[in-house]
Design a protein around this ligand. Structure first.
Ligand code: FES
Length: 125
């Protein structure tokens, strides 16, 4: 496919969970040097679950829709379940992404994983 799905456009116009979690337990940032897009995800963990998750994205339509979708998929999940969310899951839930926009969903999956890694590192300290 080479066009954006309705879901992508809807989330781009009305993204969910935008912003920054207050007193976050973990933060992750992922960027793509080719397109220059950057994504930041912050999480709050309670009883082993992602109690809150928000994103800040400077990027394309697909990057914003992917960020919004991954926060929706991850919210309320256990750490392990959230870790297992792949960019393919994100793309599927978005009703597909154009091939050249698949990396945008990967940015979202990477930022989430980095935020969880950060949380785990902080917990060990
Ligand atoms: Fe690079 Fe969308 S074009 S994240």
């Amino acid at each position: 496919m080479d066009e954006y799905s309705k879901k992508v456009m809807a989330l781009f116009k009305n993204p969910k969970n935008m912003g920054e979690v207050k007193n976050a337990d973990g933060a992750g940032e992922a960027g793509n040097p080719v397109c220059g897009d950057v994504m930041r995800i912050t999480i709050k963990v309670k009883d082993g679950r992602l109690a809150d998750i928000k994103f800040k994205t400077m990027g394309c339509v697909a990057a914003i829709a992917s960020s919004s979708m991954i926060t929706e998929l991850a919210k309320g999940k256990t750490i392990q379940e959230a870790m297992d969310i792949t960019n393919m899951d994100v793309a599927k839930e978005l009703g597909g992404l154009p091939n050249i926009k698949m990396h945008c969903s990967k940015l979202a999956a990477d930022a989430l994983r980095l935020a969880i890694n950060d949380y785990q590192k902080r917990k060990k300290r």
